[in-house]
Design a protein around this ligand. Structure first.
Ligand SMILES: Cc1cc2nc3c(=O)[nH]c(=O)nc-3n(C[C@H](O)[C@H](O)[C@H](O)COP(=O)(O)OP(=O)(O)OC[C@H]3O[C@@H](n4cnc5c(N)ncnc54)[C@H](O)[C@@H]3O)c2cc1C
Length: 384
């Protein structure tokens, strides 16, 4: 067992640390306050090849391994969870899904632009009345000659308002449950496709979240991804990638919270000495540090399984479940170290605390992760 980064991973880490220090951390509070999608920074990420790190050279990426993919998400999470979400959805949920299930024509159409950060995707699974129970979706795709006609709506879709293409899951057979779901790549300019931004979120204010409305959207059969009735399996396989970068992002956000807390604890004087000298504050710091390290090891273990080319569902669920709960525990403790000042947007731990909350909810709630893990442990198959 080797816990060292390879020279390549070390280089990605160094490059991402520098990028996040210079281009993300100084601006994240302002993006949050103004609910501003950070286009300029996203463009810079594209120019630096960040969106292509996990995509093969053949399609314009740099073909780096799964640990590098986690390092990118971890560092983005350290600077701004909204930006990490933009990256996770664009790369893990859409580009890598086209790579795994797309035809050569689909790969050539979308992946070079996605690797360059010039073309963005969103992932449309959730509906107003279908969340954890994704198979209960009611969006339909009805065959019409060489086309399918899509009708329905998708809710809470990250990047939907800025995406060029939406990966939409729809029922091609209403009576077949999960086996009746098919995936389609729907270009934004297709007539009948529209989005409506969702505001007033608790956190992730710099990321775009929107509803997608599909009103008689006609897509050619060539836009189907992975074959008829294969959509549910594709969605679940995709989440193995998405949850992986969510978990890595949580590690980064938690690390930022700890770093801010340590710095503050050394500066803030109470009872005549820095609060860092009070042992109960040290206990908070120690608990945070250990919790983060456990999460990081779970992420890298999942990455190790991915690098071997093996199915990583179980390891990814361990990491997503643990890290999403962990970042909430750590952010809570960081605010505690800051005392009343932690309750103010003057310090970044306030934003980290709000942004942390989404992680136990999206890409499968903690309860759904527990069910999947329970199924693996017990050898039953309702969720695996
Ligand atoms: C900011 C944001 C961004 C998002 N981005 C996307 C996106 O890009 N694409 C996308 O498709 N979706 C996205 N989502 C949707 C997200 O994935 C869902 O909100 C999530 O899957 C939970 O579904 P729900 O909200 O309908 O909750 P529900 O499924 O209604 O769950 C409500 C509660 O019941 C619990 N519960 C449900 N079923 C069970 C069960 N069987 N056993 C035990 N407990 C259960 C849940 O754990 C939860 O606590 C996003 C959501 C938000 C808020």
């Amino acid at each position: 067992m080797n816990f060292d980064y390879t020279p390549e991973q070390e280089a990605v880490k160094g490059m991402m640390e520098e990028f996040v220090e210079k281009e993300v951390i100084p601006f994240a509070a302002q993006w949050d306050k103004e609910e501003k999608f950070p286009w300029d920074t996203v463009k810079k990420m594209g120019e630096l090849g960040i969106f292509g790190t996990a995509l093969p050279e053949k399609y314009g990426g740099s073909g780096l391994d799964a640990i590098c993919h986690a390092i990118v998400a971890e560092q983005l999470g350290r600077g701004c969870s909204s930006l990490r979400g933009v990256y996770s959805v664009a790369v893990s949920l859409v580009a890598k899904t086209i790579l795994a299930f797309g035809t050569e024509e689909q790969k050539n159409k979308y992946l070079p632009g996605m690797a360059a950060g010039k073309l963005f995707g969103c992932f449309g699974l959730t509906e107003p009345n279908s969340g954890s129970d994704a198979a209960s979706m009611t969006t339909t795709a009805v065959e019409d000659g060489d086309y399918y006609v899509l009708n329905g709506s998708k809710m809470w879709i990250t990047n939907a308002g800025i995406a060029d293409v939406a990966l939409i899951f729809a029922k091609t057979d209403k009576n077949a449950g999960a086996k009746g779901i098919t995936a389609f790549l729907v270009d934004r300019d297709t007539p009948g496709f529209s989005t409506k931004d969702i505001h007033d979120k608790m956190g992730l204010k710099a990321s775009n979240t929107a509803e997608i409305i599909l009103d008689n959207v006609r897509v050619p059969k060539t836009s189907m991804l992975g074959g008829i009735g294969k959509g549910f399996g594709i969605a679940m396989a995709t989440l193995d990638n998405g949850r992986y970068t969510v978990a890595a992002g949580c590690v980064g956000s938690a690390q930022a919270a700890l770093d801010y807390a340590k710095q503050y604890a050394k500066e803030r004087i109470q009872f005549g000495k820095p609060i860092a000298a009070h042992q109960l504050v040290q206990q908070l710091i120690a608990d945070m540090a250990v919790d983060i390290e456990c999460g990081r090891l779970l992420v890298y273990k999942a990455g190790h399984v991915k690098n071997k080319g093996q199915r990583s569902t179980k390891e990814v669920c361990f990491a997503k479940y643990y890290c999403s709960e962990m970042v909430n525990r750590v952010a809570y403790k960081a605010v505690q170290v800051f005392g009343g000042y932690g309750f103010s947007a003057e310090y970044p731990v306030e934003r980290i605390y709000r942004d942390a909350r989404i992680n136990t909810l999206y890409e499968g709630t903690s309860q759904i992760q527990q069910l999947i893990i329970g199924n693996f442990e017990l050898g039953v198959s309702a969720f695996v």
